[in-house]
Structures are given as structure tokens and as C-alpha cells.
Ligand binder design. Structure first.
Ligand SMILES: [Zn+2]
Length: 463
């Protein structure tokens, strides 16, 4: 029997009614910015093939997965219990026999798998570094579909040190980054700097239900579609995102502004610099959208996080608690730029950090007039985050990489350059691009040989 997923709106309404009846709760407030009405992913009318006998020792990033997850979040005792179901269609063009699901919680939260099933059958999943390896128990053929359910328990950390800020409760705020087991490829978590050790393909649809031990204001990637009368259960949905980040506090306040059709909302506990932060986000969003093309989501959330570093998520950025005013405009603009380079146009952030960090930092410094020289020697830009030192990763990839992109702009002229960058974003939207794709998009838009003149020496693996 064909299983349309996500369900039709009629089925959704019936499902919601059943859930409401079962929980004894009634839907209450819905976010002012309702989720978009169109754009539900198309589903095949033909039943997709399931798992078949055999093995191929292969997985792929090019799978299409929708996620339906519940999170039981204990704000008081830091408990973090996840039950996530991924409906995976093999769009990779070849058979696969395992999934490599990424979650940083395996490295940060003492993750314990409690059950993993494939089409309802228990399988022997293993955790390796930050990857949950799920054997499918056979081959998933091209265009085949399978349902993988992962349940785990974990505990939020208490500090912000090293990478703990990605999964912690501090300063009265819960930070949960890269917690939802997501289609990926095995990628080491440890690195000598603060690079992002992640690669996550876009998902057409995610639904998240969060149940909490006390009333919390939850700032997450999706928009809220349901809240129970007691305020302890909330449901969120998002379309076309490559991650779902959760930030929560009992006393988050918000202020917001509108840019075109997009509501930009700032969530904060400390009011220090609140208006400055929102104003910076509004200014950045407006300038970047003009240059890089339209933002397809109804809301963009700027969230005061527990602390640590500024961080990008789809439809949401973290500005760390206590961030000083001196650097705020740059920080907010850089993270906002990731809405395009990372959010809309994805890439392998671990292996090709130039593709998102140099592009984001270049546009951020361009629109704020904060361009400066690198404080480290210029060198190769085609290395992974594992290959740069803590002292020079930022200087070489962000500053040096951004300045290389600016060299291309100066050589080809601003008009051709911005048209090419905008075209790159449009062409690669919701995909996974690469250094090569980005450089080629610029080079193809000018008669000047940028490869020979500018890019080649810094990207010997490409030129
Ligand atoms: Zn960045």
C-alpha cells in the first residue's frame, strides 16, 4: 500500500484530532507566522520497494528523509530522551545497505541507544564516534523506502567548555545542537579548532513534538503548530531544512521585526543588547537577501544561546549569552549569512569549510564594511577542518578565504560577481554544493580565467 508521507492535509487534520483526543488536550496558540500552505513534498503513487536480501557495503548522503521525532526534555534534571522515526527514500542512484546517522549527542550527551528498528524489526545498530551506524538488514534498492526508528536517552552538559556548549544547560538556557539522528556520512567529531564537524543533507519535512517537565519557551528551527493547554507539549514543523536545533528557557522573552514577508524574531533572557541584536539581524537580513536572493521561510529566529560561540542552524542562529556589543554587528551578520551558505546551500562543513565559512564571512564583511587582512600566512583553502590549527583556522578559512572571494569580485566586477553568486544560490538551493561548484560558478560568469589567475594556487586539489 502506498504510504504518502508527509500525509495529506486532510490526513494531518485527522491525525491531529486523534492525537488531541488521545491526549485530552486541545490545540491552543499557533505561531503568528503559519507554516507555508503549499510545497508539500510530492509522493509517489506507486508503492516503493522495501528492504531486499543481500549486501553492498554502501551508504550515501543522497537519500531523501523525512523525520518525525518526539523529545522529552527535562529542564530541571537535564534529561534528554528522543524517539525519532526517519522515513528514508533511496534517491542515491545505487543500492545501500546501511545508514550513517549523525548526532553530536553521541560525543557530548552520554548517548545510550535504547532501541533501533528498521521497518519494525530490531537491528543491531552501533555507535561510532558521532555516528549511529544502522544496518538495514538487507539492500534498499534505488527508489526503495524504509522506516528507521531510533530511540535514545542522554543528559545535557552543565558547562560551556570545549564543545560542551553545543549540548548543555547553562545561563538558564538549554542548547541542543545536532541532536536529531540525521542522514549523514561518518565524520569525526574531534578537530583541533572550532570548525563544524557536520554534513547534513536537506530534509523536505520534519515534525518535532517536545514534552517538557515545566513550561518552556522553545526556539527551534520549525514553527509551532500546536501547544497543549497545560503548555507542556508543543509541536513544530519545518520544511526544507538540514537540521533542527532546539533552544529553550522558561523565561525567554521575544521581540520581532518584519522584513518583507519574513518575521525576524529575537529570543532572549538577558535584555542587554537586545535591540542592538535585533537591529543587526534586520540590517543583515535585508542587505543579504537583496544580494543573494529570496529567503523562502516565514520566520528567521535569532536566539540568545546558553553561551559558547555564534552558530548557524537552518532558520535560526545562536548568539551566545553575554556576547559583547563591540563585535555584535559582525557576529550577527556572519551567522545570518549562513542562512544562505549552509542553510539554503549546504556543503560538507567538515571536509570543505571554505564553501560555507569563506562565503558567509565574505558577504558579512562586505555588507558591514569590515574587511581586513588575515593574520596568518595565506595557504591552501581546500583542506578539511581537521587540517587547520586552532590559531589559524579562522584567519585562513574565514578571513583569507573571504578575501580570495573578494579578489574574484574585484577581477570580474561587482555586477557580474553578485549575479553569479545569486545564481549559485538559486541553482544549489536545498542541495549539497562544494568548493568546486562555488569556484566554478564564479569562473563561468567571467571571460577572465579566475582558476588560473586567482583560485588555482589555493586549491591545488581542484586546479
Ligand atoms: Zn560561520
Amino acid at each position: 500500500m502506498p504510504v504518502p508521507w508527509p500525509p495529506s492535509r486532510l490526513r494531518l487534520a485527522i491525525l491531529a484530532a486523534l492525537l488531541v483526543a488521545a491526549s485530552g488536550a486541545r490545540p491552543s496558540q499557533v505561531d503568528a507566522a503559519a507554516p507555508p500552505t503549499g510545497g508539500l513534498p510530492r509522493t509517489s503513487l506507486v508503492a516503493a520497494a522495501g528492504i531486499q536480501p543481500g549486501r553492498v557495503d554502501r551508504t550515501s548522503l543522497r537519500l531523501s528523509a523525512t523525520y518525525e521525532a518526539t523529545l522529552r526534555l527535562g529542564f530541571t534534571n537535564r534529561s534528554f530522551v528522543v524517539d525519532s522515526t526517519a522515513t528514508v527514500t533511496n534517491t542515491s542512484g545505487g543500492p545501500i545497505d546501511r545508514l550513517e546517522l549523525n548526532t553530536a549527542v553521541a560525543r557530548l550527551g552520554g548517548l545510550v541507544l535504547t532501541a533501533v528498528t528498521v521497518d519494525g524489526n530490531a537491528v543491531g545498530a552501533t555507535v561510532d564516534d558521532q555516528t549511529i551506524v544502522v544496518p538495514l538488514g538487507g539492500i534498499l534498492p534505488v527508489d526503495g523506502r524504509t522506516v528507521v526508528r531510533v530511540r535514545y536517552g542522554a543528559t545535557l552538559r552543565t558547562s560551556l567548555s570545549a564543545s560542551s556548549w553545543l549540548f548543555t544547560r547553562a545561563n538558564g538556557i538549554v542548547n541542543a545542537y545536532r541532536w536529531l539522528p540525521w542522514i549523514s556520512r561518518a565524520t569525526p567529531f574531534s578537530r583541533p579548532n572550532h570548525g563544524d564537524p557536520f554534513v547534513t543533507p536537506n530534509s523536505p519535512f520534519v515534525r518535532l513534538t517536545v514534552t517538557t517537565d515545566r513550561r518552556l519557551v522553545i526556539a527551534t528551527t520549525g514553527d509551532r503548530v500546536f501547544r497543549s493547554d497545560d503548555g507542556l507539549t508543543q509541536r513544530f514543523e519545518a520544511r526544507n531544512v538540514r537540521d533542527v536545533t532546539v533552544t529553550a528557557a522558561p523565561d525567554f522573552r521575544t521581540r520581532e521585526a518584519k522584513v518583507g514577508a519574513t518575521t525576524i524574531r529575537y529570543y532572549y533572557r538577558s535584555a542587554t543588547n537586545a535591540q542592538l541584536t535585533l537591529d543587526a539581524a534586520v540590517a543583515a537580513f535585508r542587505k543579504l537577501q537583496v544580494r543573494l536572493g529570496p529567503y523562502p521561510y516565514p520566520t528567521f529566529k535569532v536566539v540568545q544561546s546558553a553561551g559558547g560561540y555564534g552558530m548557524e542552524s537552518p532558520r535560526l542562529i545562536w548568539i551566545p549569552y553575554g556576547a559583547g556589543s563591540a563585535n555584535l554587528r559582525y557576529l550577527v551578520t556572519h551567522e545570518t549569512a549562513h542562512q544562505w551558505f549552509y542553510g539554503l546551500v549546504g556543503s560538507d562543513q567538515a571536509r570543505q569549510p571554505f564553501a560555507d565559512e569563506a562565503a558567509a564571512d565574505f558577504v558579512a564583511r562586505y555588507v558591514t564594511g569590515l574587511k581586513r587582512a588575515s593574520r596568518c600566512a595565506s595557504g591552501r583553502l581546500d583542506r578539511s577542518i581537521y587540517d587547520y590549527t586552532a590559531a589559524c583556522y579562522y584567519e585562513q578559512i574565514y578571513i583569507g578565504g573571504g578575501n580570495l572571494i573578494d579578489q574574484a569580485r574585484q577581477a570580474m566586477g561587482s555586477t557580474a560577481f553578485w549575479a553569479a553568486l545569486r545564481g549559485y544560490v538559486a541553482d544549489q538551493r536545498y542541495g549539497l554544493a562544494s568548493n568546486r561548484t562555488l569556484l566554478r560558478a564564479l569562473d563561468d560568469a567571467t571571460p577572465i580565467d579566475l582558476g588560473a589567475r586567482i583560485f588555482g594556487p589555493r586549491f591545488p586539489s581542484i586546479y
